[in-house]
Every structure is written in structure tokens, then in C-alpha cells.
Ligand binder design. Structure first.
Ligand code: NDP
Length: 523
């Protein structure tokens, strides 16, 4: 029932079951990857993956999988675990280096297929694939490190050390906005640490994850170690989360879904790492290089059509430069070329689906009517000419917003940014921190003292100086505070703490019983 309801609700880009549209013989039907085999869903049903820039184009049909399919994938991953965890980490890493080579070889094709399935411009999908490549090389390098440590024991003739061990079977649940980068952030560290896994990609972008899994197969990852099941979150996502054999769920998505996933994990004492929403802020002080700040704001607010967890959705601008900043921002936003991301001239692509259009335009209405901010530009759907078949929305700027307004507080996840005036650095910091999320923040200023002060005071997981809120690199930890996360960090070496557990080992070679905390040590 849930599936049928969702198929009706989505009403646009996705989720038509097989047969709902006229037969399209040329459209490829994809399969799940379970235990090293490509298999259809046990129910035989599929959903369509549609190009959001032109909904006439069906990219492919993907399995509308059942809980039973998910259980099979989990079983395969469980059976593969003991063999995989015993493969020495440097050997596991060698396979992953091969995976990196395959992604480099196929980068152009993978990028254009990603643009077709989720809309962002080619330059950005190239960045998405590149991030997967970077993650693969960087994290595979950990196969020859995965450092533990030794430390003195408190008793004589006793040796103490700590090593990492794999967690076990990992369930990975990913969103659609970085459909290869985010799966790679989870798959690669999970594998290098010796875990097996099942991934459930977002229903809007299964192709890019399929491509990544196909590359894993080609690289030589043994059957059962990596498994992929496509379908709806409420069915296969929930089946993965609830399966008692799954020791860890690594989730990236909205804060609302993350909360559901976390509570289900808590019910069965599963480990749970969450990367969730954001309402990120750029602070522009009166001494900022305004043109540089405009470039950063436009890139941060409208890159990926504003559909990044780190999008610059709030611009807090000192009142002394407020007018100049907003005028330039609006002019730049109005000049952005919106269109199909495959066209090299396009600067901003469509949003992901009909639901997103509805939600974003709903926020435009809230901003104007309920909140009373000024709609300085944009705010409409583009639906004629070259835009007639896609989900295009104008780059939208609200000015004169107050910090407490809904458009200043809630994650819109579209090409909408809100400019809020500030009286001082302290006032800007207070506004910046005054949301429930804590992912990314940035400041534009020429004053190093004020930059450091803001860096210290902003309670976010990521902070930039004279740069936008987007642009994370894979060798630094990524994640957020407050409603953005639950204390974990992906990327960097910190991600190893998600996908491995510490084992403390004591080796007593004294030949006698030594009781820590009790026996006196002779000096
Ligand atoms: P959703 O929360 O809607 O979905 C995320 C994933 O969870 C999807 O695979 C979805 O499946 C699945 N899911 C949905 N319901 C359940 C359930 N009951 N049990 C298990 N899994 C479920 O997020 P979006 O895909 O719309 O992504 C956008 C959100 O992701 C934004 O809030 C954004 O900020 C956040 N995000 C956070 C990042 C970070 O690192 N902090 C990075 C990127 C995005 P299905 O697709 O079938 O619904």
C-alpha cells in the first residue's frame, strides 16, 4: 500500500510502476546486485528513472524491490563477512585502487549519465565523480595504515595495544543530490575496514550508484561483499534498517528521515551514523571584497540548484554594504542561464522532481505572504520553451528577511537564498548560529582577527573564510552539529571511526597473575 500511495504522490519524475507508462522497448531495465549476481526484484516490479530536465526521457527502469529482496542481500553480505574481514587490509585496498582507475577511465560517461538522471550541470557531476575518485584513492591508502596504537601497561612485563576491527555488516542509505560521491564516502571506508555492505540508493538517482557498484564488480570485489537493492525508503530502506543482522546503519538524507532511522536503530541497539540537513550561512562584513562574496554566494546558493546540504541558503550581510551587496547579487542571479545541464552554457539545471517544485514554490509563497520578506528576484517556475518539459525554477533571492522567518530557518533545498541584514559581527554570528542545523558557515572579511573570532564562535562542523559554504575536500572530516548530525564525521581518517571499532589488547608475559588497580608494583 505504501508503495502505491507513494507512486501516486510523486506524480512527476519518478515512481511509475512498470506498465504505468506506454511500453518503451528501448529503455533499459536494471537489476539489483546481490551475492555477485544481477537479479530482478522478487516481485518483478520496477520504477522509472526520469530525466528532470526533460521528463520525456526515461533513463531506465529499476527494481521496485521488496523487503524479501533486501533480506536476501543482507544474508549475502552476512555470509561474505568472515572471508572479507580476513583479507589483509592492504590487499582490500589494492582492489579499491583498481576501482579508482575504473572511475577515472569512465569519468565522462558517469558524469553525463548523472546529469541526465539528476539534472546538475556537467561541471558539477564531473566534480561528483571526481569526489568518488578522490575518496577511493585517499581512503584506499588507509589500507596500509589503519593505525592502532601501543601504550605502556601499568603492570611490568605486560604489553598494551589497540587495534581497529570491522563493525560487521553495514547498511548504507543515501540521498539523490550526490549520487556517486556520497555512496563512495560510505562504501570505500566500509570496505577498507573489512566490512561487507548493502546499499539502498535514493529512488531518484539509482543509476549513478548502479554505475559505482558495477565498477566495484569490475574491480574484483568478491561476491556478497557489496550488494545493492533499489526501491522505496519506506519499504527496502526500512527493511535494511530493521534487519537484526545489520550492525551499523550509515544514513545521509533529511533530518526528518534521519530521526526515523535513528529511532529504529536505537530499538535494536544498532550503530547509527547520520548526516542530515543544513541551513548554512555566509556572513559578509563591511570590509569584505564584495565581488568575491557575490561569487561565493551565487555559487553556494545556486550550485546544484541549491540542492546541497551545504547550500548557502542564508546570507547575513552587514548593513553598511547591504544595499550594494543585494543589488549585485540580484543582478547576478537574474543573469544565470538555467537549462539542461548537458548544455555547456548552462549555469543552473533543474530541481529533482515535481515534489521539489511544489515544495520550493510553497516556500516562495511563505516568504512573500506569511513571512513578509521582499522577493527581489525569481520565485517562478520556468515552464515554456526549452524549459517546458523539465523541473526548472528561477534563481530566487529574498531580501530584508528577519532571522526568525521560516525562509530563514527551514531547509528549502532549492535555488532560493535569503538575505538578512546584520548590525555587527556579533549580531551576524548570533543570527548565523540561530538555526537548528549546524553544517557549514563562512565569513567574508579582510580582517584576520574577526575571521578567527567567527571561526571560533560559529557552532558548525565546517567553516570557511573568504570562500562559499560549499567545497569540502575528502581528506578533511565532513559533517555537522545539532540537527545536522549525531556526532560522527565522514571523510578524512575520522570516517574510520564509523566503520571500525576499537579493540584493546593486553598481553601479559610475566607468567603470573597480575591484577591491574590492585597489585602494588615494586619500585
Ligand atoms: P530523504 O531523507 O528523503 O532520503 C534519504 C534516503 O533515505 C533515501 O534513500 C530514501 O529513500 C531513504 N528513506 C526514506 N524513508 C526511509 C525510511 N523510512 N527508512 C529508511 N530509509 C528511508 O533525503 P533526500 O534523498 O531528499 O536528500 C535530501 C536531504 O539530504 C537534505 O535534507 C540534505 O540536506 C540531506 N543531505 C545531507 C548531507 C550531509 O552530509 N549532511 C549530504 C547530502 C544531502 P527514497 O529515495 O526511496 O525516499
Amino acid at each position: 500500500m505504501a508503495q502505491a500511495k507513494k507512486a501516486l504522490n510523486k506524480n512527476g519524475k519518478k515512481n511509475s510502476r512498470t506498465g504505468a507508462r506506454a511500453a518503451r522497448p528501448s529503455v533499459k531495465t536494471y537489476t539489483n546486485y546481490i551475492n555477485g549476481e544481477w537479479v530482478a526484484s522478487s516481485g518483478g516490479e520496477t520504477f522509472e528513472n526520469v530525466n528532470p530536465a526533460d521528463t520525456r526521457e526515461v533513463i531506465g527502469r529499476f527494481p521496485l524491490s521488496t523487503a524479501e529482496d533486501m533480506d536476501r542481500a543482507v544474508e549475502a553480505a552476512r555470509n561474505a563477512f568472515d572471508r572479507w574481514r580476513r583479507v589483509p587490509a592492504p590487499r582490500r585496498a589494492e582492489i579499491l585502487f583498481r576501482l579508482g582507475e575504473i572511475l577515472i577511465r569512465d569519468k565522462d560517461r558517469l558524469s553525463s549519465e548523472m546529469t541526465r538522471e539528476m539534472g546538475k550541470v556537467l561541471r558539477e557531476t564531473g566534480g561528483d565523480v571526481q569526489e568518488a575518485i578522490d575518496c577511493t584513492y585517499y581512503t584506499a591508502g588507509e589500507g596500509r595504515r589503519l593505525h592502532g596504537f601501543t601504550t605502556p601497561a601499568e603492570m611490568p612485563n605486560k604489553f598494551a595495544m589497540c587495534v581497529r576491527q570491522p563493525v560487521g555488516l553495514c547498511g548504507l542509505i543515501t540521498p539523490w543530490n550526490f549520487p556517486m560521491a556520497i555512496p563512495s564516502w560510505k562504501i570505500i571506508p566500509a570496505l577498507v575496514c573489512g566490512n561487507t555492505l548493502v546499499i539502498k540508493p535514493a529512488e531518484d538517482t539509482p543509476l549513478s550508484t548502479y554505475n559505482l557498484i558495477k565498477a566495484c564488480e569490475e574491480a574484483g570485489i568478491p561476491p556478497g561483499v557489496v550488494n545493492m537493492v533499489t526501491g522505496y525508503g519506506e519499504t527496502v530502506g526500512a527493511a535494511l534498517t530493521d534487519n537484526p543482522a545489520v550492525r551499523l546503519i550509515s544514513f545521509t538524507g533529511s533530518t526528518e528521515t534521519g530521526r526515523v532511522v535513528a529511532s529504529r536503530c536505537a530499538d535494536r541497539n544498532a550503530i547509527c551514523s547520520l548526516e542530515m540537513g543544513g541551513k548554512n550561512v555566509i556572513i559578509v562584513l563591511e570590509d569584505a571584497d564584495i565581488d568575491l562574496a557575490i561569487e561565493g554566494a551565487v555559487w553556494g546558493a545556486f550550485g546544484t540548484s541549491g540542492q546541497r546540504c551545504t547550500a548557502s541558503s542564508r546570507l547575513v550581510v552587514h548593513k553598511k554594504v547591504y544595499k550594494k551587496f543585494t543589488q549585485k547579487l540580484v543582478a547576478r542571479a537574474q543573469s544565470l542561464r538555467v537549462g539542461n545541464g548537458l548544455d555547456a552554457k548552462t549555469e543552473m539545471g533543474p530541481v529533482i522532481n515535481a515534489d521539489a517544485v511544489h515544495k520550493i514554490l510553497g516556500y516562495v509563497e511563505i516568504g512573500e505572504r506569511e513571512d513578509g520578506a521582499t522577493l527581489a528576484c525569481g520565485g517562478r517556475r520556468l515552464d515554456s520553451g526549452e524549459h517546458a518539459r523539465g523541473y526548472f525554477i528561477e534563481p530566487t533571492v529574498f531580501t530584508d528577511a528577519a532571522p526568525g522567518m521560516r525562509i530563514s530557518q527551514e531547509e528549502i533545498f532549492g535555488p532560493v537564498t535569503t538575505v538578512i541584514p546584520a548590525n555587527s559581527l556579533e549580531n551576524a554570528i548570533e543570527i548565523g548560529n540561530g538555526v537548528r542545523y549546524g553544517l557549514s558557515a563562512s565569513i567574508y572579511t579582510q580582517d584576520v582577527n574577526r575571521a578567527f573570532h567567527a571561526m571560533n564562535e560559529m557552532y558548525t562542523g565546517i567553516f570557511y573564510v573568504n570562500s562559499s559554504t560549499i567545497g569540502a575536500e575528502v581528506h578533511l572530516p565532513f559533517g555537522g552539529t545539532k540537527a545536522t548530525g549525531n556526532g560522527h564525521r565522514e571523510a578524512g581518517t575520522q570516517v574510520l571511526d564509523i566503520f571500525s571499532e576499537w579493540k584493546s589488547i593486553y598481553v601479559d608475559y610475566s607468567g603470573k597473575l597480575q591484577r591491574a588497580q590492585i597489585d602494588e608494583v615494586n619500585l
